[in-house]
Design a protein around this ligand. Structure first.
Ligand SMILES: Cc1cc2nc3c(=O)[nH]c(=O)nc-3n(C[C@H](O)[C@H](O)[C@H](O)COP(=O)(O)OP(=O)(O)OC[C@H]3O[C@@H](n4cnc5c(N)ncnc54)[C@H](O)[C@@H]3O)c2cc1C
Ligand code: FES
Length: 280
C-alpha cells in the first residue's frame, strides 16, 4: 500500500500527487514510468515518474482525468492509499551532452518532459523548452520549467497566454532562424509528436518521442503496447517508451489507441449515471 502524502490541483482536471514509494524513489531515472492499481480490482494504469525525493521516499505523479479510472484516482485525497505501484519501468532517457536540446511538451506531456529537461540541463546541454497547451488555464509547471531551462517559450493554441500557436510551429521558426539544434525531445498528443517529427526530418536532427501506447502489464508480456518502429515490432513498455520519432509508425499508434473507445465511453456513461443517482 502506498500512502498519498500530498495532493495539489495544477489545472482543471490535472492533479499532482506525492506518493510513498521508497524503492522506486531511490532508483528511478528520467523517462521511466510506473504502473499502478488504485484498488485490488482496479485497472492497471501507466504514469510517468515526474520527480522523486529519495530521502523522503516519495515519487511525484501528475495525472490528468482522461476517463473512468483516472477520474477515480484524481478523487483520492491526502492520507488515502494506492494498492500497488510497480516500477521503475521502461528504459531511461538517453541523457548525455548533445549540445543544444529543444524539449517540446504538450498538455500533460509537459509533466512527462519535465524530468528530461532537468536531466538534459544537468548533463550540460543548453536546453530550450517549449511548453504548450490548449489555453492559459491548462499550462502546467511553468515556474518549475523556468528553473531548469536555459530558455522557456510558453504557447497556447488559442493565444490566451504566451505565443499563439503550436510547439511544432515555434520549433520550425527556431530552425528557420538557422540556430544549431542537436537533439529534439517531443512529448504530448500523438498529433503533436508526429508534427514535430515532420519539422525535424528535413534537418536530420535526432528526435525522440515518448509513445503513450496502451499498456497493461508494463513488463513486455501482454503485447498491448505493440508499436512499429523502423519496420520492426517493439513493445513500448520494455523497448521504450522513447523511440526515434523519424522511424515511428504514428498511424498504427493512433489506430491502436482507439481500439477500446467504445468500452471506455460505456464505462464513463456508467459513472455519469451512478453520480446522477447519488445526487438524486
Ligand atoms: C508510458 C506512459 C506514461 C504515461 N504518463 C502519464 C502521465 O504522467 N500523466 C497522465 O495523465 N497520463 C499519462 N499516461 C496516460 C494514462 O496512462 C492514461 O491517460 C490513462 O491510462 C487513462 O485511463 P482511464 O481509464 O482514465 O481512461 P480511458 O477512458 O480508459 O481512456 C482514455 C484514453 O487513455 C488512454 N489509455 C487508456 N488506458 C490506457 C492504458 N492502460 N495505458 C495507456 N493509455 C491508456 C487511451 O488513449 C484512451 O483513449 C501515460 C501513458 C503511458 C503509456
Ligand atoms: S504493456 Fe504488456 S507488453 Fe507492454
Amino acid at each position: 500500500m502506498h500512502k498519498i502524502i500530498s495532493k495539489k490541483k495544477l489545472a482543471p482536471k490535472i492533479i499532482r500527487f506525492t506518493v510513498e514509494a521508497p524503492e522506486i524513489a531511490s532508483s528511478r531515472k528520467p523517462g521511466q514510468f510506473i504502473v499502478l492499481r488504485e484498488g485490488e480490482k482496479s485497472e492497471r494504469l501507466p504514469f510517468t515518474i515526474v520527480d522523486s525525493d529519495s530521502e523522503a521516499g516519495t515519487i511525484d505523479l501528475i495525472i490528468q482525468e482522461a476517463g473512468y479510472s483516472t477520474l477515480s484516482l484524481c478523487a483520492l485525497e491526502e492520507g488515502d492509499f494506492i494498492t500497488d505501484i510497480l516500477g521503475p519501468l521502461g528504459k531511461p532517457t538517453d541523457i548525455k551532452n548533445y549540445g543544444t536540446v529543444v524539449c517540446v511538451g504538450g498538455g500533460v506531456g509537459t509533466a512527462v518532459i519535465y524530468p528530461i529537461v532537468k536531466g538534459m540541463r544537468e548533463a550540460g546541454n543548453h536546453v530550450i523548452t517549449l511548453n504548450g497547451a490548449r489555453n492559459k488555464e491548462l499550462i502546467i509547471l511553468e515556474e518549475e520549467l523556468k528553473e531548469v531551462s536555459d530558455e522557456l517559450i510558453i504557447s497556447t493554441d488559442d493565444g490566451s497566454y504566451g505565443v499563439a500557436g503550436f510547439g511544432s510551429t515555434i520549433l520550425q521558426g527556431i530552425l528557420e532562424e538557422g540556430r544549431k539544434i542537436d537533439c529534439v525531445v517531443a512529448i504530448g498528443p500523438v498529433m503533436m509528436m508526429r508534427a514535430v517529427a515532420e519539422v525535424t526530418r528535413p534537418y536530420e536532427i535526432e528526435t525522440i518521442v515518448s509513445l503513450n501506447a496502451i499498456m497493461i502489464d508494463g513488463t513486455g508480456m501482454c503485447g498491448g503496447c505493440r508499436v512499429t518502429v523502423g519496420g520492426e515490432v517493439k513493445f513500448a513498455c520494455v523497448d521504450g517508451p522513447e523511440f526515434d520519432a523519424h522511424l515511428v509508425d504514428f498511424e498504427e499508434l493512433i489506430t491502436r489507441a482507439g481500439y477500446y473507445r467504445k468500452e471506455e465511453q460505456c464505462q464513463m456513461k456508467k459513472l455519469a449515471d451512478q453520480l446522477e443517482q447519488e445526487k438524486a
